[in-house]
Every structure is written in structure tokens, then in C-alpha cells.
Design a protein around this ligand. Structure first.
Ligand code: F3S
Length: 758
């Protein structure tokens, strides 16, 4: 069996080979004595690179996998592609795509915002477009839609494995695909044809019984799960849904649930193949996948008696609609309690704005159910009390909604239809109705509601809920409104909104809208990718120097951090998003959020090259060390580098001359990112040794010869600033043989490039 990966021009002759996957799975099964597998195990293990040498212990083994595809959004693609370009590999090894969705404004509506955004980001979009052509990458232009929606419509399929440089990549689990969010460096590996490493995840089972009904929507399932598991509960695990309740959830609804699984820290989420997926595959013209999946239902669902590491059961018959927030997506309140809880907590009760759409909730079903409520309100002479914004997830959804008159219904009710892009979800909302610092409430159908995410105002109380509830709150204008029980005042007296009705799929089929896809040429060799050397947004990467085979001696400590040091402390987002393609410029944010143990201040460290106690910014001091050829280290606390997978947090210290990050413990992705960039991530064998180090001390790291080998310990010789030896400290590392090669070569990329030249 061979099925083209997609209907897009450039992938018609690139084939998915399910027989190979099934054969690999059979080998793994035999190796594990034919024990029953969860669906997650089936999909992951069938993508094993080398079954013979691979161990399969959930929560322990590092799996080497061969994903089927890679997807990147515009903010993360820049550095991923710059790195890929330095590898010297002409074409990506697996089908890959770039999606322009994050860098688009949300202000006056799509018609005005899109051209302005294209203009503002012209240089970046041109670069992404040219580089995509050169390297065989499908390019989705600004206005095409949000990465995860485009993936669902065109590329996701049951039993597939993909990685994406965005944390909501798991959205594709709604079509039975295991889709995992990663950093750009991982994407480069897979595009370069290398296997991709993932710690074998645990599996959390969620059994759904009963039927969705009334006001309850798919979103309420994940809002409930988030309440149960909290923001950390899914860490290191795949959430796998099953049970008789599945059939009452549309395919796009299942995608909503998987999408927001990112909010509980899950590696990804997935649904077994079912009829609803078949309907969606056929509606999006992928009958071949539906036919194949119909014949392979066993392969695309868990074995009977499969064992889960944790099991949750939810009865959809009795599941209430939920509202989660403010400020965290796991503070779940059932609708019947919202009014009381809101009053008790002093949350602002007036709903200033309702926002529907985003990658989480912008399906035809979501939009038609919301429009149903708006129409009913209109028939009763009730106008929308709150501002109302609609973000279609893709050009296809937008065009279909326009054709079917749904957009007009939103607009007639005062709604503003924004571009097919992330918009307010990633803070591109230029909000003018409230001042910064003013308490207010907004409700969204998005997935995240961290402080200031949508409008930059830390006092905005953002609640995430279903699009239907967003719409009901916006009609009533108050958070105390419970549409299940409360009435509204209409022109003919009091009335209650009916339970929303919509269409899972458009009766007339999808309208593809404008063609927003750029297919790469068969041979991209002749395509020029020019980067203006004067650009402040893009910069070609220069390879890092290989290791000089010497010990590192007399290194100053750039900063001894105390407390939490997440990737946001190491490489902040917000205004810095602009420089994601320019290593020199973005390095000016390196560690500016970390707290210095020496003075308890952020972005203030001593410059040890200067006489007396001279303090300067962290990047400022690092730049001076670099200019003087002085190698430096960072000392850190627990779980260093937690949070996002952005590799800028590893690239920046490497770029500014750091050689080692020595901490009590690491977040796994960041540790791998550091290794990939040729840094030494090291941990104290005795965590209490962290306390023996003064920020003014000097460090020798004995790594010459073969001292850094698999399982070895590294000696840190600690001296005072005047060179008086204080003590020796033992450090651990988790480098395997191959990764030590990255360190020797200066980075994983150098190694790929060297192999490429051979
Ligand atoms: Fe974009 Fe927000 Fe989704 S930033 S990818 S719409 S979570």
C-alpha cells in the first residue's frame, strides 16, 4: 500500500508506506512478547529507527524515531531554517511545511490587518518563502491560516507521527496522528534525515462514556481534564482517549481536545480511528487514507487489555460546560458555579470582549454553533453587549463560512472578523478599550490564558471556554450569565437561548477559498536565498568552533542563578519575538530575567575583568568576556531551562562564549538543546555543592583527553578569584557516544555538515 502524503502538488509523489510501519510494529511486538499495546505505543513504536538496538520501557528508554513529517510556524521556522541551511543539505528528508500565522496583527479586521502585516514582516516572509523553495518545503503564505488547522485539513492522518515547532502541534491527534511539539534543532535533525529522540512517554487513558449533548461541547472535555490533571499532570505522558463516547465528538472537536492537551504538559494527545475521522478525511478529499484506515482499525486503536499508567473516566451525559481561568488554564469551574465563584473571588463581572476561533476552536462546527446563538438573540431583538472577535482558523474555513453566510451573521451582529491567523491568541491584539493595568474580563475559545498573553495587560482576567459559551457571555455581557438556566430580555419578553446547534461539516462541502500555498519547485538548486547583511531581523549562522581538545581553565561564572530559571528567563519572548531569526540581536536578551545570587537582581552581574565591583547587564558582560577570549560558565538551580522548547536559550550562551551550564537539574528539552549547540550541560553529583560556589569564584573543567565519555564524571576545580584552590566538585553528564561527537565537532549541526561534505 502506498498513499501520497497529501494532495498538495509537491507531495503527490511522496508516499506514506503503512506496510513498513506495520512490519516494524510486528517486530517490536515480538521483542516485547506480544504484550497488549496502547494506541500511542503502536504509533510511536512503529516509527522506530532500529528495533534491534532499541529498548522500549515507558518513562525510561530514549526512543529513536522516524517521524513522517515536520511543520514549522513563522516565529520558530526562522532559526530552524537558518540552522538547516548551515547543514549544507539541499532538500528536506521528510515532507515539511512552513506556516505564516504568528506575525500577523489583529486590529481592524482581516482586510486591513493582513496587508499591513505582510508589509511589516516582508523581509521575514520573503526569506521563509525563498528558503522553502530552495529546500523543498511547502510554504503557506500569510493569510492561509493557522498551522494546526492547515495540518488537520491537509496533512494529518491516522497512525502518522509528526513533529512541529509549536507547542499546540498535538492538534493533529484529532485525526489519530501522534503530533509532538519540539524545538527548531529537533526539526533540523528530522529534516536532515536523522532519527529523532524522545523519552518513551507514559500513557494516560481517558475513557469517555455517554454522549455530548445540549450546551456541552468537546472543549468541555479538555477543560475538565485540565482541572483534574492540572498544568503539570500530563508531563512526560501521552493522553489517549477511548470509549463509547467518542462517536458523539466530531473530528474537529477531537482536534480541539488534543490541541489543549498542551496545557497540561502532555507530550501529545490522540484519539483512535473512528467514523468521525473517516467523514472528515472524505470531506477534505483524502478518501485513500479513509479507505486504508477502515481496513486497519485494529492497528489504529489500542489493544484490548492495554495498560495505562493512569486512568480517568468522564461521563459525557453529565459533563457540564466549563469555564477555566483566570490566569491559568487548569482552574476549572462548571458553568453552574461560575457566577458564585466569580463574585466570591472578585473577578470583574462585565465581559468586555469575547473572542472565538484560534487553532483550538475555529472549525465549521464551532462557528455555526456560535452563529446559531447570535441569530436567536437577533430574532429576539437582543444585541451583543460585549465586543466580539472572530478568528477563522484557515482560508478554507473562512471562505466556506463566507459562502454560507455565516461570516455575515457575525458581522451584522457587530463582530469583527480578523485574519486567518493567531492574532490575539499570541498577543497581536492592539487593544484600545481598556488601559494597561485596568482590571477587566475577557472570554476566549483559545487554549492559553497566562497573564497578559492576549493584550499585554496583566490585569486582564482571561477565561478560556467553548466558543458557544464565549458567544453567550458576549450576548449577555456578563460572566454571571448561565445560558442553561438564565433568561435574557427580548423584544417580546424574556427568553432563554436554546442549546446551540451547528454542522460538523459543511453540507455543500468546503470552499478552498484563495490559493495560499506555494509549492516548492522540483529542483530548488537555482533559488537564491539572500539575507541582507545589514538586516536587524535575519542573520546567517556561522558554525561554532570545534572543541580545542583542552581543559577549560580559569573560567569566570557569568551568573550564579537562584530559583526558577525557565527558557523565558534565559531568552524572553514578547518584544524579542521580532529577533528570532537574528542570533546577534536576540542574544541581547540572554539571561536578562535570571536572578543573580550575588545581589538578588535580574540583569546585573559583576564584570570580573574589571578592577573593583563593576556591575553590568548579563549580555553586556558576556560580550566583553567573548571579546577578550574568556570562556565562562553559568551555575544554576533546579529544573534549569523548563518551559518552552526554543533553542535560542541554548544558542545564545554558546554564541556569547559560554562553555558549560552547571546546575542541580535540567529540563530535558533544554539539556538536549544545549548539547546540540556544543555546550556542556552538567549537573552536581552532590546537589549541595551548588552552595559551595561563590559567584566570584573561578572554575576549571577537566574534560581533556577522554575524560568526557559515556557515564563518566567530570571534575570541577573550584578556586577563588585570586587563584587559591578551594575544592574539587564532581559533576555528572548524560552525553551518549553520539552526543559527545556533537561536543567535539562544536555542535550537532557541524557534525551533520561534515558528514554531508564526505
Ligand atoms: Fe497560534 Fe495561539 Fe494556536 S498562537 S498556534 S492560535 S495557540
Amino acid at each position: 500500500t502506498q498513499i501520497p502524503f497529501s494532495n498538495l502538488e509537491n507531495e503527490k509523489e511522496r508516499f506514506f508506506n503503512p506496510d513498513k510501519l506495520k512490519h516494524t510494529l510486528k517486530q517490536v511486538k515480538e521483542k516485547l512478547n506480544n504484550r497488549p499495546f496502547t494506541l500511542s505505543e503502536k504509533v510511536l513504536y512503529s516509527h522506530t529507527d532500529d528495533v534491534k538496538s532499541q529498548e522500549f520501557v515507558r518513562g525510561k528508554s530514549y526512543l529513536k524515531l522516524r517521524p513522517d513529517r515536520v511543520a514549522m510556524q513563522d516565529a520558530t521556522a526562522q532559526m530552524a531554517i537558518l540552522q538547516f541551511m548551515s547543514s549544507g543539505i539541499p532538500q528536506t528528508a521528510v515532507p515539511s511545511t512552513v506556516h505564516c500565522d504568528h506575525l500577523i496583527l489583529a486590529q481592524d479586521g482581516g482586510h486591513e490587518d493582513l496587508p499591513r502585516s505582510k508589509d511589516l514582516n516582508k523581509e521575514v516572509f520573503n526569506f521563509l518563502s525563498n528558503a522553502s523553495q530552495k529546500h523543498g518545503i511547502g510554504f503557506w503564505k500569510p493569510g492561509s491560516g493557522i498551522i494546526h488547522q492547515i495540518i488537520l485539513e491537509n496533512y494529518a492522518f491516522p497512525g502518522g507521527l509528526m513533529i512541529g515547532t509549536d507547542s499546540h502541534t498535538p492538534n493533529a491527534g484529532g485525526l489519530g496522528m501522534l503530533a509532538i511539539g519540539v524545538g527548531g534543532a529537533d526539526a533540523v535533525d528530522v529534516m536532515a534525515g536523522l532519527p529523532w529522540e524522545l523519552k518513551a512517554p507514559k500513557v494516560i487513558g481517558v475513557k469517555l462514556t455517554g454522549k455530548l449533548n445540549g450546551w456541552t461541547s468537546p472543549k468541555d472535555i479538555i477543560l475538565k481534564v485540565a482541572g483534574i490533571l492540572t498544568v503539570k499532570g500530563g508531563t512526560g505522558a501521552i493522553v489517549e482517549y477511548f470509549g463509547s463516547g467518542l462517536d458523539s465528538i466530531s473530528c474537529t472537536g477531537m482536534a480541539t481536545i488534543c490541541n489543549m492537551g498542551a496545557e497540561i504538559g502532555a507530550t501529545t494527545s490522540v484519539f483512535p480511528y473512528n467514523e468521525r475521522m473517516a467523514e472528515y478525511l472524505r470531506a477534505t478529499k483524502r478518501d485513500k487514507f479513509a479507505d486504508w484506515a477502515n481496513q486497519n482499525r485494529d492497528y489504529l486503536s489500542a489493544d484490548k487489555d492495554a495498560q495505562y499508567d493512569q486512568l480517568i473516566e468522564i461521563n459525557l451525559d453529565t459533563l457540564e460546560p466549563h469555564v477555566n481561568g483566570p490566569f491559568t488554564p487548569d482552574l476549572a469551574t462548571p458553568i453552574s458555579q461560575v457566577a458564585r465563584v466569580a463574585k466570591e473571588n472578585g473577578w470583574p463581572l462585565e465581559v468586555k470582549a469575547g473572542l472565538i476561533g484560534s487553532c483550538t476552536n475555529s472549525s465549521y462546527e464551532d462557528m455555526t454553533r456560535s452563529a446559531f446563538l447570535i441569530n436567536e438573540a437577533k430574532q429576539n431583538g437582543v444585541e451583543m453587549k460585549s465586543q466580539y472577535f472572530v478568528t477563522p482558523g484557515s482560508e478554507q474555513v473562512r471562505a466556506t463560512l463566507e459562502r454560507d453566510g455565516v461570516l455575515k451573521q457575525f458581522q451584522d451582529a457587530g463582530g469583527v472578523v480578523l485574519s486567518n491567523a493567531c492574532g490575539p491568541c499570541i498577543g497581536q491584539w492592539n487593544r484600545t478599550d481598556v488601559k494597561k493595568g485596568e482590571d477587566n474580563t475577557i472570554v476566549t475559545s483559545y487554549n492559553r490564558n497566562f497573564t497578559a498573553r492576549n493584550d499585554g495587560n496583566p490585569r486582564t482576567h482571561a477565561f478560556v471556554t467553548s466558543p458557544e459559551l464565549v458567544t453567550a457571555f458576549s450576548i449577555a455581557g456578563s460572566l454571571t450569565f448561565n445560558p442553561l438556566t438564565d433568561s435574557l430580555k427580548g423584544k417580546n419578553g424574556d427568553f432563554k437561548l436554546s442549546a446551540p446547534q451547528g454542522h460538523a461539516l459543511p453540507a455543500k462541502g468546503y470552499d478552498p477559498g484563495q490559493d495560499t500555498f506555494q509549492s516548492p519547485p522540483k529542483d530548488g538548486n537555482q533559488v537564491q536565498v539572500n539575507i541582507d547583511p545589514k538586516s536587524d531581523r535575519l542573520q546567517l549562522l556561522k558554525p561554532f568552533a570545534p572543541w580545542d581538545k583542552k581543559d577549560y581553565t580559569n573560567c569566570p561564572i557569568l551568573i550564579k542563578t537562584v530559583g526558577k530559571c525557565t527558557t523565558d528567563h534565559i531568552s524572553m519572548a514578547g518584544p524579542w519575538l521580532k529577533y528570532r531569526g537574528h542570533l546577534e540581536n536576540i542574544s541581547n536578551n540572554m539571561l536578562i530575567g535570571a536572578i543573580n545570587a550575588q545581589n538578588n537582581k535580574a540583569n546585573s552581574v559583576q564584570n570580573f575583568l574589571k578592577e573593583g565591583e563593576v556591575f553590568d547587564t548579563v549580555p553586556g558582560v558576556a560580550r566583553e568576556y567573548k571579546a577578550q577570549g574568556v570562556k565562562w560558565v553559568v551555575i544554576g538551580d533546579e529544573n534549569y531551562g523548563e518551559g518552552s522548547s526554543r533553542e535560542h536559550a541554548a544558542l545564545e550562551p554558546r554564541y556569547l562564549g559560554g562553555v558549560a551550564i552547571i546546575v542541580k537539574s535540567f529540563a530535558r528539552i533544554h539539556e538536549t538543546n544545549l548539547k546540540k549547540q556544543g555546550m556542556l550541560p552538567l549537573t552536581f553529583a552532590e546537589p549541595a555543592d551548588y552552595d559551595k560556589i561563590e559567584p566570584t569564584d573561578r572554575v576549571d573543567l577537566l574534560v581533556s583527553g577522554d575524560k568526557l565519555h559515556e557515564g563518566s564524571q567530570i571534575t570541577l576545580k573550584l578556586s577563588t578569584k585570586d587563584g587559591k584552590h578551594k575544592t574539587d566538585i564532581l559533576l555528572n553528564h548524560t552525553f551518549n557516544k553520539e552526543q559527545i561527537g556533537w561536543f567535539h565537532a562544536g555542535s550537532a549541526l557541524n557534525l551533520i555538515a561534515a558528514q554531508q561534505k564526505k
